[in-house]
Design a binder for this molecule. Structure first.
Ligand code: 6PG
Length: 477
């Protein structure tokens, strides 16, 4: 018997994907650079399904049914290229190589084009949900050709998470589309996490709550419209006590957030495409700011306002205000992320269905949330929606939240609690809805010092003002 799919790279993600496939009744060929991992997998989990261990690339390829489907689950970057180069010469036209790592979509485009020349399909796919998701049902975002999805799609849909019986997996679009969407997923993940972290900081700083009390607040929120995996795990983390010291776990963790780079890519590409993804950018910069220990130590003594926690009715309504601010800021972050997917899709001709993306993020992935049902419905009803902010229920929810949102941001400013995520989201909301922006003045300045020209509100065309003739002061120094 031959295998319907093979997995090479059997570190925890690859191993769990292979086990998930086998548990769904698929025969899975296994390969890893060091043989021991392959042996261990078969020894420990061999009873879960049909595995064919292979101890060389040739043996692995020969174990596969045609068209061969090879899932590569190695570290993104050079290791992926090395594995592709190892297997591509052994494959035949029509075979499919699947990169399930967190690759940069530009690398995926390059690899897809090169392998297409050789008659092979290359599918860069996003896989989200961490180790547990890989084993029990991740959210899967495959790019690559439509044709490759015909053989690969059913397998991936089989092992993906399901929401209301619908698989959290769909063909995203050609070449790098899947990895692009995964990248934006991670950017949104950063924004979501930052907003939740700011909520915690506000509840602590303005109300003096202990982490365990804040865990309860998050548990309550989790039963409402904010219900999501990230809110749920936040409550768990906050309720956790450090065994060694007996202190709240969150207080013994060094407050420097790290990143592996997908958030940074999202921001870089946002700049390249000219999409204002300010929520994701602030979240990414907040992580990098936190990591600058030297800078923070130098600035630690700078003066701030005296912090008197809220009292009375202000205190009573504050947690609810934060819930509203968090919800509204979250809508902004998603609106921006989906705008970035729209822009990427237009730039690279991917024809991405935003409703389908929202739908497959409903389960399995790190940002899974009730909220995504509504996002999916919004894009389903209006695929060309310019921004989530103007869509039916979101519009109403954000408008209803605005007083709380403003009050939370002003409280944060008054007490000196940094809320870059909430603040930038509110600024974005106000900028988008403004009749006029001071960008007009920026254009005037550009024309003044560099003759960069401007357009007018009342006439078509490009204009330049002769500032000297208008009495520009002589430059003296
Ligand atoms: C997922 C996660 C996953 C990984 C992130 C962590 O969707 O399963 O996003 O891809 O945990 O890359 O990212 P940072 O290390 O950059 O926070």
């Amino acid at each position: 018997k031959k295998a319907s799919i093979g997995v090479t790279g059997l570190a925890v993600m690859g191993r769990n994907l292979a086990r998930n496939l086998a548990r769904h009744g698929h025969t899975v060929a296994l390969h890893n650079r060091s043989e021991q991992r392959t042996r261990d997998l078969v020894e420990e989990f061999g009873s879960e399904g049909d595995f064919i261990p292979a101890y060389s690339a040739r043996e692995f390829v020969d174990a596969l049914e045609r068209p061969r489907q090879v899932v590569v689950m190695v570290k993104a970057g050079a290791p992926t290229d090395a594995v592709i180069e190892e297997f591509a010469p052994l494959l035949e036209p029509g075979d499919v190589i699947v990169d399930a790592g967190n690759a940069h979509f530009a690398d995926t485009r390059r690899r897809e084009a090169a392998l297409r020349e050789r008659g092979l399909h290359f599918v860069g796919t996003g896989v989200s949900g961490g180790e547990e998701g890989a084993l029990h049902g991740p959210s899967i975002m495959p790019g690559g050709s439509k044709e490759s999805y015909e053989s690969l799609g059913p397998l991936l849909e089989d092992i993906s998470a399901k929401v209301d019986g619908t698989p959290c997996c769909a063909h995203i679009g050609p070449d790098g589309a899947g990895h692009f969407v995964k990248m934006v997923h991670n950017g949104i993940e950063y924004a979501d996490m930052q907003l939740i972290a700011e909520s915690f900081d506000l509840l602590r700083g303005a109300l003096g709550y202990e982490p365990a009390q804040i865990a309860e607040v998050f548990r309550t929120w989790n039963t409402g419209r904010l219900g999501s995996y990230l809110i749920e795990i936040t409550a768990e983390v906050l309720a956790h006590t450090d065994a060694a010291t007996g202190r709240p776990f969150v207080d013994v963790v060094l407050d420097q957030a790290e990143q592996k780079g997908t958030g940074r890519w999202t921001v870089q590409i946002g700049l390249d495409l000219g999409v204002p993804i300010t929520g994701i950018a602030e979240a990414t910069f907040a992580r990098s700011l936190s990591g600058h220990a030297d800078l923070r130590a130098a600035a630690n003594g700078l003066a701030g306002p005296s912090r008197s926690p809220l009292t009375g009715s202000d205190a009573e309504r504050f947690a609810d205000d934060v819930e509203q601010a968090l919800y509204a800021s979250k809508v902004v972050a998603y609106a921006q992320g989906f705008n970035q997917i729209q822009a990427g899709s237009a730039e690279y001709d991917w024809n991405i269905d935003l409703g389908s993306v929202a739908s497959l993020w409903r389960g399995g992935c790190i940002i899974r949330a009730k909220f995504l049902d509504d996002v999916s419905a919004a894009f389903g009803a209006e695929p060309g929606l310019p921004t989530l902010l103007t869509s039916g229920d979101f519009r109403k929810a954000v408008e209803d939240a605005q007083d709380s949102w403003r009050s939370v941001v002003s409280t944060a400013v008054r007490l000196g609690i940094p809320t870059p995520g909430f603040s930038t989201a509110l600024a974005y909301y106000d900028a988008l809805r403004a009749d006029r922006l001071p960008a007009a003045l920026v254009q005037g300045q550009r024309d003044y010092f560099g003759a960069h020209t401007y357009r007018r509100v009342d006439t078509e065309g490009t204009f330049h003002t002769e500032w000297a003739a208008e009495g520009r002061p002589e430059h003296k120094s």
